[in-house]
Design a protein around this ligand. Structure first.
Ligand code: HAM
Length: 426
């Protein structure tokens, strides 16, 4: 086979797309109930938006972005995530002027040039949600509750919610110092990337994907004990609100997340069944990003779900929606019959009934035998086949064959659409 999809990119075929549709239906339903509206953001943005937004020394910006120069000489990047674009749109359209609280959600493909492996793709879909304009911990809990409610409705009952607070610009430097002290003596045991990031972004060391590095930093200082009073109270507040709804969580003071914009609350939802890439969703608060990207000082929080990972965990069971198959097949023998079949197919589709016909017109392609056309109807799995030949046209009748009962009868052509509508139930 000469052409294959690019490494790390996958086709979502019929059969799987029904599952995606099922997920999206629940997402729309739940997100709307929680007051979110959908935003459609572009797939491409100017590169500096992501460099500034995600952070210059993150893996994403350093190694994983699909960036290119366009014909106008601008550096353009295929979005590696949605938050920076949503913030850009929020500022650009002054959305903060219309509502004190803005709740937006999005769905679409993201692009990261990572090493492909099970559950890790170079093009993957995310469903994300972002809330702008509220600092209180109740909104952190609210968005987490929405996420966990979605997973519950989709039948996921082995997920784990990990929760942390990365502090603010006041207390994070203290943590950074403690971390630097710890790492300093262990540099020879850490990978090249961690050595390079030691000074510029030591928090990234906590997030390193190398097994060896995670072993070395297992007992590193965590955010616990480094948070200022305000950040600790905020985290306690998030927990207090989560407890009201009975949502279970595990505090993980070493949860770092791979993006630099986070302040205070961060969280990740994992599921062991996913293997090495076990995060289905991740998110957190980013109280300085709107201002950093040129907007007013507005706090915000959000999350994103990895669609492929989520879909792989969903057992459709009784909810399985079979790929749609046509209800009616029209077998036609002869030139006039072909035209009549085309007309009838159009009329039944107008009434909402799905159908297929024998498209071969014998002026171009020899007509198939009636037997082979009927076999085709069988392959489609239709409930009814209509048989039209030039004789039937002359007598103004068609033959209606009930495929399950293997019975057939003659019906007047002018009545056939209504008969089908009645029997198929539209
Ligand atoms: P993230 O943790 O980079 O966060 O990605 C969120 C989710 O996207 C992950 O938990 C995972 O399920 C999925 N994901 C990430 N990379 C891949 C990949 N290469 N292949 C398959 N799935 C992947 C963000 O992107 C933030 N923008 C989330 C956020 C929104 N924070 C605040 N607001």
């Amino acid at each position: 086979m000469k052409y294959r999809a690019i490494k790390g990119v996958k086709d979502i075929l019929p059969g799987e797309t029904e599952k995606w549709y099922f997920i999206e239906r629940h997402v729309r339903d739940i997100f709307e109930t929680f007051g979110f509206s959908e935003i459609k953001i572009p797939i491409i943005e100017k590169t500096p938006l992501f460099v500034r937004g995600i952070g210059e020394t993150t893996d994403i910006v350093e190694k994983e972005m699909y960036s290119f120069e366009d014909k106008g000489g601008d550096s353009i990047t295929l979005r590696p995530e949605g938050t920076a674009s949503v913030v850009r749109a929020y500022i650009e359209h002054g959305l903060y002027n219309s509502h004190p609280l803005t709740k937006l959600w999005y769905i679409g493909p993201m692009f990261r040039h990572e090493r492909p492996q099970a559950g890790r793709y170079r093009q993957f879909y995310q469903i994300g949600a972002e809330v702008f304009g509220e600092e209180s911990p109740s909104i952190d809990a609210d968005i987490i509750v929405m996420l966990m409610e979605l997973f519950k409705r989709l039948g996921l009952n082995e997920t784990e919610l990990q929760l942390n607070s990365l502090g603010c610009e006041r207390c994070r430097p203290l943590f950074r110092e403690r971390l630097l002290d710890f790492i300093k003596n262990r540099l020879p045991m850490l990978c090249e990337d961690c050595n390079r990031r030691f000074e510029s972004n030591p928090l990234r060391v906590l997030d390193c994907k190398s097994k060896n590095c995670s072993e070395v930093i297992r007992d590193s200082p965590s955010m616990d004990g480094s948070r200022c009073e305000g950040c600790q109270r905020h985290l306690d507040g998030v927990i207090e609100y989560l407890l009201i709804t009975g949502i279970k969580y595990r505090l993980n003071p070493r949860l770092a997340r791979g993006l630099d914009y986070y302040t205070r609350t961060t969280f990740e939802v994992t599921d062991k069944r996913l293997g090495a890439q076990d995060a289905i969703a991740g998110g957190g608060r980013y109280d300085s990003l709107v201002e950093d990207l040129g907007g007013p000082q507005i706090p915000a929080i959000g999350f994103a779900i990895g669609m492929e990972r989520l879909a792989s965990l969903i057992d459709m069971g009784d909810n399985l929606i079979p790929p749609s198959s046509p209800k009616v097949y029209i077998a036609a023998m002869g030139e006039e019959a072909n035209r009549k079949a085309f007309d009838l197919l159009y009329q039944i589709r107008l009434r909402g009934i799905s159908g297929e016909m024998n498209y071969s017109d014998q002026r171009f392609v020899p007509n198939k035998s009636l037997k082979s056309q009927l076999r085709k109807g069988d392959q489609y799995g239709v409930s009814y086949t209509l048989i039209i030949g030039d004789n039937e046209i002359k007598s103004g009748k068609v033959i209606l064959r009930d495929m399950k009962r293997a019975e057939q009868e003659e019906i007047d052509i002018q009545d056939i659409v209504e008969v089908l509508v009645k029997r198929i139930g539209r």
